[in-house]
Write a protein that binds this ligand. Structure first.
Ligand SMILES: C[S@@+](CC[C@H](N)C(=O)[O-])C[C@H]1O[C@@H](n2cnc3c(N)ncnc32)[C@H](O)[C@@H]1O
Length: 315
């Protein structure tokens, strides 16, 4: 499965980061899973010697760079570079600032499949749910090329429940908007509430409940239906102008969310992709390559694949 290096959605991601998100994909994870992943990254960064350079591929708003900054100090000076295809404004979108111990550079508009760096330029190359969004084979080759000694990447796993469940969201958004015509019905009700518009919304609500009962994870549909219900409950105080504006904004958000989930599904990597990644690393002289799953939950569920590859630094 190839990701889209000529990503169809750079504007989508640029808008997303401008909206002030910090963690794209770990944001919705339970606290313990988020903390376990952050702990692994802190461990990687803490193992670096003073003077080390880090490249974060598909950095988003620099979630990994923020973790690296935590372990920098007077005895460990680090330099981090974050690249992303989206245009990211460091100050506005990340809020990260350099310090005496920690240099930061962000390069937006940079494709992970064509990195503008020298061979072996960075001590450590990292990526969290990032490089798999680019053309995977090229991005792996590039990560191998520009890393001096080590690459660590956490990638979406095609067979994970997170990907399977989120994969249903684009279809659910289409169902809500086009088949149920939820937003049209709600708009009509806001403009002029009648028995007919009220009954239509009651029917729609029943259809959503029925669908939820059949889903492994109904959270998304439940939250949409709750939000619309609350909005309608406040129709008297909101007035039709404000209510319609909220509905429009919500529908637009859902469309963006569906597009992001489509990008996530396309980015997710299978076992075959991991085998390819191993081969690419081995061919580039990485003699130690490990692939392992990241799991969370009482009945542990896969949330991603870790890939860690090391080679001699050749200084
Ligand atoms: C799921 S987000 C992860 C962001 C960040 N690593 C994090 O953990 O929050 C995926 C990122 O990949 C970026 N991206 C998509 N295609 C890319 C490409 N071809 N090259 C570089 N970055 C890309 C998107 O702009 C987005 O910021």
């Amino acid at each position: 499965m190839n990701g889209s290096s000529e990503t169809k959605t750079p504007d989508l991601w640029s808008d997303y980061w401008r909206s002030g998100q910090l963690h794209a994909c770990t944001f919705d994870f339970p606290e313990d899973a988020r903390e376990a992943i952050a702990a692994r990254w802190r461990k990687e960064f803490s193992a670096l010697p003073s003077g080390a350079t880090i490249l974060d591929v598909a950095t988003g708003s620099g979630a990994l760079i923020a973790l690296a900054a935590e372990v920098a100090g007077p005895d460990r000076h680090l330099s981090a570079t974050g690249v992303d295809l989206a245009e990211i404004d460091q100050l506005k979108d990340t809020g990260l600032t350099a310090s005496a111990e920690f240099d930061i550079t962000f390069l937006g508009g940079t494709d992970a499949a064509r990195l503008p760096f020298e061979d072996r330029q960075f001590t450590l190359v990292v990526s969290q749910f990032g490089l798999e969004y680019a053309d995977f084979e090229s991005a792996m080759n590039e990560a191998c090329r520009v890393a001096k000694a080590k690459i660590v990447a956490l990638m979406h796993a095609a067979e994970s429940p997170v990907v399977r469940q989120n994969g249903l969201i684009p279809g659910q958004v289409h169902w809500l908007r086009s088949e149920l015509a939820l937003f049209d019905a709600a708009r009509e009700h806001f403009q002029k509430a009648t028995d007919k518009t009220g009954n239509r919304l009651t029917e729609i609500s029943a259809a959503i409940r029925k669908k939820c009962a059949s889903l492994e994870n109904p959270d998304f549909l439940v939250s949409v239906s709750k939000y619309v219900g609350q909005l309608l409950g406040r129709s008297a105080t909101l007035g039709s102008g404000q209510g319609l504006a909220f509905l429009d904004a919500m529908e637009a958000q859902l469309v963006i969310h569906a597009d992001l989930m489509t990008a996530l599904i396309e980015a997710a990597r299978s076992e075959a992709d991991l085998a390819l990644a191993r081969d690419i690393c081995a061919a580039a002289g990485y003699n130690s390559v490990n692939v392992s799953g990241e799991y969370f939950g009482r009945e542990p569920q896969l949330v991603g694949h870790w890939l860690s590859a090391e080679r001699e630094p050749h200084d």
